[in-house]
Design a protein around this ligand. Structure first.
Ligand code: ASP
Length: 292
């Protein structure tokens, strides 16, 4: 196997929403820890798909981000969560929207991909599927969830998400994203995160996970646009990632994305105040940052 074939790559994000506390050391330490674990899995030959789902599940469980345990309820006090996953090598994808009552939305999204002929299940249908398949439930939401950001009236568009993208040693790419969406959101509101092509995308060229104001990412189909720019415009990864994000930003939105390409390059652009993130340098060193 040539060096290029063996090159692994991994990047994670913990959201690009408003950052109230400038001390993001806890989040960065956790992202770095999950990134280190993912690197070891990729070095041991794990598939990109497994690594991104494991990483997102760990970030959901941490309670430090607006996803999984750290998510906030909607306006009616119900935790409706969204997630999606895509496997670039096979183009298979799975997603859940407005899922209520399950600990790991990303695990259920993978279940939709692997155990149904569908890509996206939402609401009561997603819940019935997850129940039938025996995914871990949340028995007592008030005790289980530890909202990472308290909802305050007049918060406006406070939001957050977690995501992961990877290239494994065999060159396969995968992306996963999970979110609680907007704080105090309208019941039934779904953003870009569970929509394949908007918040998540993976093919043979690139894997992308987005974070930001979902409505803008939906209208710009940001995640798939990164791949289209590489495919049709022959852009390199950094230019494609920035161009897709800039198209969204020009329409008034803010946010960021993480992407890896077939050569194992990583791009982490954002237009917001910051983006909590961790990634592997080309030599395998784990890095984490929020600002800069
Ligand atoms: N994109 C997510 C949503 O709109 C939120 C975020 O990434 O901060 O649901």
């Amino acid at each position: 196997m040539s060096h290029a074939q063996a090159r692994i790559a991994l990047a994670l994000h913990g959201g690009a929403g408003p950052i109230r506390n400038p001390d993001t050391s806890r989040e960065e330490a956790l992202l770095a820890e999950v990134c280190t674990r993912g690197r070891e899995r990729l070095r041991a030959g794990a598939a990109a798909l497994d690594v991104v789902v494991e990483a997102v599940a760990a970030l959901e469980d941490a309670g430090l981000f607006i996803a999984g345990r750290g998510a906030s309820p909607n306006r009616n006090g119900v935790w409706e969560l969204d997630a999606s996953v895509m496997d670039g090598a096979s183009r298979r994808a799975g997603a859940v929207g407005a899922l209520v009552g399950f600990q790991s939305p990303i695990a259920v999204a993978r279940g939709v991909m692997e155990r149904t002929p569908h890509v996206l299940l939402v609401g009561a249908g997603a819940r019935a599927f997850a129940e039938r398949e025996g995914f871990a439930t949340v028995a007592d939401p008030a005790a289980y969830y530890t909202p990472s950001v308290p909802t305050a009236p007049g918060d406006g568009l406070v939001h957050g998400t977690v995501g992961a993208v990877a290239r494994d040693a065999e060159g396969r790419l995968a992306a996963a994203t999970s979110t609680g969406g907007l704080l105090g959101k309208t019941p039934g509101r779904i953003g870009d995160s569970p929509i394949i092509g908007a918040g998540t995308w993976a093919d043979e060229r690139v894997a992308v996970s987005c974070t930001g104001q979902g409505e803008y990412f939906l209208r710009a189909a940001v995640a798939a646009d990164v791949s289209a720019r590489i495919r049709y415009g022959r852009y390199d990864l950094a230019r494609a990632a920035f161009g897709a994000l800039d198209d969204m930003h020009r329409q008034g939105g803010d946010g960021g994305l993480i992407a890896v390409d077939a050569a194992g390059r990583v791009a982490l652009p954002y237009t917001s105040q910051g983006m909590r993130r961790a990634w592997l340098d080309p030599d395998g060193t784990v890095r984490a940052a929020t600002f800069q």
